[in-house]
Ligand binder design. Sequence first.
Ligand SMILES: C[S@@+](CC[C@H](N)C(=O)[O-])C[C@H]1O[C@@H](n2cnc3c(N)ncnc32)[C@H](O)[C@@H]1O
Length: 335
Amino acid sequence: VNAIAERQLVAALRHSKKFLKSNRVTRKLLDDVVNRDEFSSLSSHEEMIRDSARVDTYYEGIKRHIRPGDVVVDLGTGTGILAFFAREHGARKVYAIDHSDILHVAETLAAHNGITDVEFVQLHSKQFTAPEQLDVILHEQMGDDLFNEHMIDSILDLKRRLLKPAGKILPARFQLFFEPISLQPEQRLPYLWEQQSHGIDFSVLKGMPGIENFQGANYGHRFVRPMMLDHLLCEPEPMLTFDLNTLGDINELPHVLTAERVVARAGSLDGICVYFRTLFDDDLSFSTSPLDPMTSWSNRVFRTETREYQVGDRISYRVEMPDLAFGDTWAVTMG
Ligand SMILES: C[S@@+](CC[C@H](N)C(=O)[O-])C[C@H]1O[C@@H](n2cnc3c(N)ncnc32)[C@H](O)[C@@H]1O
């Protein structure tokens, strides 16, 4: 009886997960609930506040681009850190909005640090209205896959409804990279059919009928941290760039990207790594490249069969992003 109940439970869980992820509307609903819950806990904010590449760049960007008297909205204020920086650098008023309970922590921090003229509003940004037009939309809405906190949707909604025609989005410029990487040998995770262990050969699994039924959800990728990297095989090149000041709608961005790259550093290809760069202006930016100082973001790596490349070899691949906001729907096909 237990075995039957367990099988039914597993099937029901799989079914409901599959259902929730099967279309844009339920995926977005699920994401909002998960996001609100995740950011209500201190641990995610501890990582983000300790991330000096992120915080120091924001501090400098706010210092450079917020002008005395500006009215600012801090979209997704979290602990309030960016709202506080904006007030320090002359903003007349900051609307600090967040849909999660962390807002109560932000209010306590403002009172303790003597910060005034920050109005805390616990709402999803789509429900936010202001009694005046805004000079600046300040935000840090980037997920590991850049778009997966629904950054574009939420920011463009506020831009359309509340930003002055000459108002600014800070930061507004982004670059998205998909780079061939070589991992540290002990960090490699070859497919099972590529492995051997004490004379046991797994290669038969590659052609085993029905093997795909044993590949759990998201089998095609894994998340890595920068210290797991050995090197990038090619000179990095963004595959997608955009500016939120000029972008009208998320659908203006392409859903298919293709790359034809030349190997600059020989080595084994272990996957295609996703990272992004956020630019405040031409000389102020930070990136989540595994080569740059470590940040609080992780890198999604699309797994590939391991293959050795020499300098001058070509690597071609195609990236498909049917739903930009859900990295789990993305796929990379090697050419
Ligand atoms: C990545 S954290 C950044 C927090 C803070 N701005 C910082 O830089 O440390 C994003 C925050 O935005 C909130 N958030 C995400 N989407 C939102 C939305 N559409 N409306 C309101 N809050 C949102 C989350 O609850 C989370 O606290």
